[in-house]
Ligand binder design. Structure first.
Ligand SMILES: [Zn+2]
Length: 372
């Protein structure tokens, strides 16, 4: 009989070998703060440099060109891509081989953990991020392999994805985030999936939550949401999928036949007592002259707090803020609660359906589309 993998022992060994930089992580300044959206967590990251969307794009370009210019902080190995695993990573005990979706993947614990047991799962093959049916299936495989861990994927488009769009990967770990605890604001019906419990999460970003025990039905419902969202336009609130009319009938984002232009999803999955909770944050990376880093991105007036892409960790309510915020707080006399409130404004910027009257009406229009 195959013994279950001892995740705890692997985590302990990763810390003991110094792969997880506990001393660096301990330098981070972390606090929890109450906001109108619930209690959220703030981390001023003193262990890792900030990246803006332009430098992320430059990193991806170097990786695509195969330049081995990245020094892995855990092992000291030189890599073309921060997530390309080698036999040496497995050999030294940094990476652990796993299988997701019938394919070889690996998992290691993040050197710069943002929360307890912060792990990264990556495909063995170097290939781009993709949000589709296969990605949802792999998330379910991942939570099955590591009981007690959530797994999520960054979105697969620039500006709304995290860093490293060029290598397919998930983040996971033993942490429960504010968004995952947030209640539902209203129920949602998804055509063909009346048996799947679905709702809108009361959260600054626009998140559809699917709940149930039946994996296949949840994957089906997630694909239905993805397919509807990736071709959805609403000029009244600035949502522009960039996908021309008619394409939607022939192509589906869930099976990879649709090339996503602006709209995609950040999915996060957890399971407790056999009940899955799959949160789908709707994302749109459209830009305009006023917002060159994204219309649904921290607006300029908030860049003193956050300029980086909003990846899945922040979507869920854990702010990873750059070191400069420490100085900004002193200069502007900002309290820790102030910073929490400003961070939630950043998430409101990233939400495609705002919580004002126009945004709520726009949300209803999209939900009608899901029900059709
Ligand atoms: Zn790679």
């Amino acid at each position: 009989m195959k013994m279950p993998f001892d995740t705890q022992a692997f985590y302990q060994a990763s810390c003991e070998h110094g792969f997880v930089k506990l001393a660096d992580v301990a330098r981070n300044i972390c606090w929890e703060t109450q906001t109108e959206w619930g209690s959220v967590e703030i981390t001023i990251n003193l262990s890792k440099p900030e990246k803006d969307p332009r430098s992320i794009a430059a990193d991806d370009k170097r990786a695509a060109a195969g330049e081995a210019s990245y020094v892995d902080p855990a092992t000291g190995f030189l890599r073309a891509c921060p997530l390309c695993v080698t036999e040496a990573d497995v050999g030294c005990g940094y990476a652990h081989r796993i299988e997701l979706g019938g394919e070889p993947w690996a998992l290691w614990f993040s050197p710069y953990a943002y929360y307890s047991e912060h792990c990264i799962a990556m495909t063995w093959e170097h290939r781009p991020m993709h949000i589709d049916r296969a990605a949802f299936e792999c998330l379910f495989d991942a939570v099955g392999l590591f009981p007690g861990y959530f797994f999520g994927s960054n979105a697969d488009l620039p500006l709304v994805g995290g860093s490293i769009l060029g290598h397919d990967h998930f983040q996971g770990g033993g942490h429960m985030f504010a968004m995952q605890k947030a209640p539902l604001f209203r129920d949602v019906k998804i055509r063909g999936f009346a048996d799947v419990e679905a709702g809108i999460v009361k959260w600054p970003m626009s998140v559809i939550r699917l709940v149930g025990r039946d994996r296949a039905r949840l994957v089906g419902a997630a694909c239905a949401v993805l397919d509807a969202w990736c071709v959805y336009d609403d000029p009244l609130v600035g949502i522009d999928s960039g996908v021309t009319g008619g394409t939607s009938r022939r192509c589906r984002a869930s099976d990879g036949t649709l090339v996503k232009v602006h709209n995609t999803i950040t999915p996060i999955l957890r399971v407790e007592d056999g009940i899955f909770q799959l949160d789908l944050a709707l994302r749109c990376n459209i830009t305009d002259e006023q917002h060159p880093l994204g219309v649904f991105h921290a607006h300029e007036g908030l860049h003193h707090i956050k300029k980086e892409n909003i990846g899945l960790i922040e979507v869920m309510g854990l702010a990873i803020l750059p070191p400069r915020v420490q100085r900004t707080m002193e200069e502007r006399g900002l309290s820790r609660d102030d910073v929490g409130a400003l961070f939630m404004q950043v998430l409101e910027c990233a939400g495609v359906f705002k919580w004002d009257d126009a945004g709520r009406a726009a949300l209803e229009r999209f939900l009608e589309r899901l029900e059709q």
